[in-house]
Write a protein that binds this ligand. Sequence first.
Ligand code: G1P
Length: 291
Amino acid sequence: MRIRKAVFPAAGLGTRFLPATKAQPKEMLPLVDKPIIQYGVEEALASGCDQIIIVTGRGKQAIEDHFDVSYELERMLEDRKKTDLLAIVRHISDLIHVAYVRQKEAMGLGHAVLTARELVGEEPFAVLLADDVIDADPPCLEQMIRVFEETQCSVLATQIVEGEAISAYGVLDVKPADGRFQGRLYEIVNMVEKPRPEEAPSNLAIIGRYILTPAVFNTLSQIQAGAGGELQLTDGMRLLLKQEKMYAYVYEGRRHDTGDKLGFLKATVEFALKREDLGEPFRRYLRSLKL
Ligand code: G1P
């Protein structure tokens, strides 16, 4: 089966980024000049998905407006013959059909994914956490879809996180999958959400890209509040693991945790340096700083 649908949980309150997120969704904070969520949506499209499902909540209207047509703006750009900008603005609304579903309360990532159940239906689907911006070629999700196509099982993106920082993640217990995919593939044995460092089963953290079979909706509807008092996706997936084989894939690429202030700053600098129009002057500016 093909992966057509990509779910973006975006109902979180963004408390890590206050006060910027008091009246503005964290998914709309710009990395250079593009909102964070657009990086993820473009990755999903480039990976072959053609249906985007965004799980929103109160105060998230800017996301819907962003992917919608902006008549006044397009008209003004047309009148002023700003064709480059017009193309950029049209590209966003032409990207794709986006469906929205509202999560009435921010009850956790597992609950957010469950909210998309009706829109996803009975097919395997992708989940992308917009905070995790992954710079990769081919895109991270495309790499994972290749694994799914061969295994027909759920696949989670993973990377090594050293030291106590592992406690901020879902953590995997794995066994090697016979060197498949150049040794990047593991079979998942167990997983635990945000363990204490001494209880982490490994240093393999779950990163915000998932391919899940629809059976996860049943297991998500059975879980109780877990870490942080929230309905955790990791807990739903641990139940799924009792029914189905699941894989972890060590993707190739560079991940930025843009939900974290320092991660956001680093991503901004790296993306700006890679830009054709800004890279050189920005590099000169950085060099001129007395650090
Ligand atoms: C979420 C997941 C966690 C995962 C992480 C990746 O945590 O619950 O399992 O490791 O995303 O970024 P959050 O960052 O929302 O606390």
